[in-house]
Design a protein around this ligand. Structure first.
Ligand SMILES: [Zn+2]
Length: 143
C-alpha cells in the first residue's frame, strides 16, 4: 500500500489510494486537481481549498473571496423600453438631445447605426452624421 502519484501538466501529486475524498467536521473536501484553481495571492502556491463562497489556502491559511464569474460577462445595457442592446445595433432617439458644448440638437427619431457599448454613464458610443458622440441608453430605443 502507501502512496501513488499522478503527473498532470508537469506537476506531481501524492494521492492516498483508499480515499479520494474525506469528511471532516461535516465538511466535504474533494481532492481534485483542477488546474483552473487559482493560486494563493499570499504565498502563490496553488494548494487551494475550494469553498462555495471563498477559497482557502491549505499552505498558509489565507482566505479570499471567489471571483464573481459574471464579472467577465458583457454588462447588459437596456434601451428605454427595456430591450437589451448589443454592439452593432441600430437605435432611434426618443427625445431631442443637445450636444454638449454646442448649440446643435440631435432630433428625436434620428437613427443611429452600429452603436458600440462602452463603460461609463453614457453607455452608447456612436456616430451621428459622422460625428462621434456618447449617448445614454435610456434616451434611445432599438430600431
Ligand atoms: Zn497561501
Amino acid at each position: 500500500m502507501g502512496h501513488f502519484s499522478i503527473t498532470q501538466a508537469g506537476r506531481s501529486f501524492l494521492l492516498v489510494p483508499e480515499s479520494g475524498s474525506r469528511k471532516e467536521d461535516g465538511l466535504h473536501i474533494d481532492f481534485d486537481f483542477d488546474m483552473s484553481q487559482p493560486a494563493c495571492p499570499v504565498c502563490s502556491l496553488n494548494d487551494v481549498l475550494d469553498f462555495p463562497d471563498h477559497y482557502e489556502c491549505a499552505t498558509c491559511g489565507h482566505e479570499w473571496e471567489r471571483e464573481d464569474n459574471a464579472s467577465d460577462a458583457t454588462r447588459i445595457v437596456k434601451d428605454a423600453n427595456g430591450n437589451v442592446l448589443a454592439d452593432g445595433d441600430c437605435v432611434t432617439l426618443i427625445k431631442d438631445l443637445k450636444l454638449r458644448g454646442s448649440s446643435e440638437v440631435i432630433k428625436q427619431g434620428t437613427k443611429v447605426r452600429s452603436i458600440r457599448l462602452v463603460d461609463g454613464d453614457h453607455e452608447i458610443d456612436c456616430k451621428v452624421d459622422g460625428v462621434s458622440m456618447a449617448l445614454k441608453a435610456c434616451f434611445v430605443k432599438k430600431a
